[in-house]
Design a protein around this ligand. Structure first.
Ligand code: APR
Length: 178
């Protein structure tokens, strides 16, 4: 499923495994300690290999981690990409703790990092909707709005933003929001 934007830019939804889909940058759903985990984080580290964690160890040593709403970049190891952007989404509690702002912010941060590196294709998982408990029906429109706003910018060099959704339920929620 996809939406077209002026200039041939595209927003796409794909059902699948984000570690298998070529991109310039693959976004990871990480935690603020940058210490790895399960879910998509585990899958990205397994497929990417140990160089990702070595680079994160260096970033952690320098800066102590990454705040919620932010992201840090590493190379992509064995993944079919140039970079992994390790984004930190919010833990969902009750919706009254700036979760929506923070979820939008981590998408915007990654897209800005793509611009700084002159990248064309960025893939995102459904950040925060697994272990972090964000209801996917609420997360999907926030993630898509951030992507859409970026593709509508005239000065963007990003051509394609792809949400790679791991299960049918998540895919359907994004499809409805799109
Ligand atoms: N490709 C795409 N999506 C995937 C994959 C994969 N290979 N594996 C899991 N997912 C999906 C999940 O099904 C869910 O829809 O990614 C979405 C995000 O779920 P989580 O990985 O649990 O991420 P999040 O909710 O942001 O929680 C982050 O979990 O793994 C830890 O270190 C991570 O502490 C952090 C927390």
């Amino acid at each position: 499923m996809e939406r077209q934007f002026p200039g041939g830019k595209r927003l796409r939804l794909v059902l699948g495994d984000i570690t298998r889909i070529p991109a310039d940058a693959i976004v990871n759903a990480a935690n603020s300690h940058l210490c790895g985990g399960g879910g998509v984080d585990g899958a990205i580290h397994r497929a990417g290999g140990p160089s990702l964690m070595r680079e994160l160890d260096q970033i952690r040593a320098r800066s102590g981690g990454c705040p919620t709403g932010g992201a840090v970049a590493t190379s992509a190891g064995n993944l079919p990409a140039r970079f992994v952007f390790h984004a930190v989404g919010p833990v969902y509690r009750d919706g009254g703790r700036r979760e929506a702002d923070l979820l939008a912010a981590c998408h915007r941060t990654c897209l800005q990092m793509a611009e700084e590196r002159d990248l064309r294709v960025v893939t995102f998982p459904a950040i925060s909707t697994g272990v972090y408990g964000y209801p996917v029906a609420q997360a999907a429109p926030i993630a898509l709005a951030a992507a859409r706003a970026h593709l509508e910018r005239e000065d963007t060099r990003v051509r394609e933003i792809v949400f790679v959704l791991f299960d049918q339920c998540t895919f359907d929620a994004f499809a409805r929001a799109l």
